[in-house]
Structures are given as C-alpha cells and as structure tokens.
Design a protein around this ligand. Sequence first.
Ligand code: DGY
Length: 325
Amino acid sequence: MKPKVLVTREVFDEVLEYLSQHFEVTSNQSDVPFNPETLAVRLSDKQGALITLSDRIDEALLARCAKLKAVCNIAVGYNNIDLEACTKAKVMATNTPGVLDDTTGDFTWTLILSTARRLTEAESYLRKGEWDGWKLKQFLGLDVHHATLGIFGLGRIGQVVARRAVGFEMNVIYHDVRRAAPEVEQVCRAGFVNKDELLAQADIVTLHVPYSSVTHHLIGKQELERMKPSAILINASRGGVVDDAALISALRSGTIAGAGLDVFENEPKFNPGFLPLKNVVLAPHIASSSKATRLKMAMLAAQNLVAALTGEKPPNLLNPAGNPH
Ligand code: DGY
C-alpha cells in the first residue's frame, strides 16, 4: 500500500503526477486555505504533507496527527513550522532553499526601482486621466545609480541583490549577525557596517533576513527615524520583520520617502493604513513568483517528501534530529 499524503494547496500537474508515482495523494486543488481544524482532520490519517506558508504546523496539530512523518514546505522561509515540536514528534520538516534566490533578487530590484521612481503612483495618476502634460518637477524620484544600497542579511538572496547592484554602480553596505567571508564580500563588493551605520548611510535599505523572535520588528520607529528622510525601505523577506504601524506613520509624516513591500504583518489581512499612501509600492507576496521558480519550489518540496517517506535523507531537512532513519 502506498503511503498517504496531503497537498494542502493547489500545485502544478507535474508535481501531482510525480507524487502519485509514490503516494496516494489527496490535494486541495481548489486552493482555499485550510483552517487549523480542517488541516488537523485532513492530516490525521496521512504520513506526509506538502504544505505552504499559510499552514501552521505546531504542537497542537502534531498531537492529532500520529501517523505524520514529514511536512515539506513549498518555501525557503519556515516560520510557519514549529521545528522543535516537529523534532519532538519525530516529524521531519523541509524547505526549498536555493531555487528561488535569483527570482526573489530580481523582484527586490523591481521594488527598488518602482519605489525610487514612484512608478505605481505615476501610473495610477495616468490611468485616472489626470495627466495634462510634461512638467519639469513631475514625480521627482530618487536616483538609484551611484546611491548607497544597505542590505540587512547577506545570505543567498541578499547576495543576489548585492551582485545586481554592480550595474547601477552603487556603493553597497550590509549588516548581518555574522560577517560574511572575505570572498563573499569581494564578489558582492559589499562592506560590513553596524546596524546604525547602515540605517544612517543607506539611500535604499533592503531586508533579507528570516523571520524569528530575534528579527521581529527589526525595523521599527527608532530605526525608521535613523534613516535619511530621502531614503526608501524595501521588504521582500517576511512580514513582522518591519513594524507595519510604525512604517505607516513614518511614511505619512515624511520620516522616510517611500517603501516597497511584498510582505506584511498578518498576511493576507494587512494593515489598511497602507492603502491611501502614495509613497508605498505594494505587492501580494509574489517575489518568488515566476512560473519556472514556483515549479522548481514545488518540485523540490515534492522530492523532499519522496525522500522522507522512502527511507532517504531529504535534501533539505531542517531538523536532522526529527529523522527516524
Ligand atoms: C519563501 O520561499 O519563503 C517565500 O516567501 C515564498 O514565496
């Protein structure tokens, strides 16, 4: 008998076909997120699950899923999974590092350029029929070329963003909990600074850290006040890394010039205070969303699930102590 697995959200047909070669698959192709109760019921007789960041895997859920051996996230970030609880319950947890770095880096640049040059604000003005001709002082933006780019977190995605800055002849500075190896700094042409120096010097501050209790509200009122009034903030990492209420008030009062955001606190019910603001570019958590990359992410998660349930070590195992093999 094939092991039973649950796919909690819609995935590509190729992924379902691959999983079906190994498992009896139940999938949620209607794509309506399961609430915690439904998720627990659907998972109670399954050995494995392909999950997304909208599925919370915690102690309460695991207690109701005695057969569960593996949860495989279709995401590199895994703050939706309580790793300690998984390890205690001997459930393997995996993520999808590596395959989305370039695409997420590209989208970070989409946010940088559109925020600096006020693209969505200008487009909405044009669409509303308000454009009555060229004006010298119309939609004056921030120059990206030769500006100082400040990167929080020089991990895989932070490095992609830094490498793309070369074309804009930028001065790149970064801060991280650990200083990067000299070779990495050299390839990225990035200089290490402390948090306050980064905030004070950067024209563009971009965040590439995972969400945790340590990075919760890494950027709040005080940090925003340390930034230049002409600077912009970019967040394509995780909601909660920025204090959204503090950011809204900084954008309203002109403490900083603008923000480009792909992620929010309490997604998808984000703070409505962002909506009337013209100096913010908003996107619905799509930084990794190219067709090729989302397929790679889902396939990698499926490969992790197959490995986990066929006695192999999953390539992206997050909790080796949760591996019974
Ligand atoms: C990730 O992989 O963590 C992304 O946020 C999902 O798109």
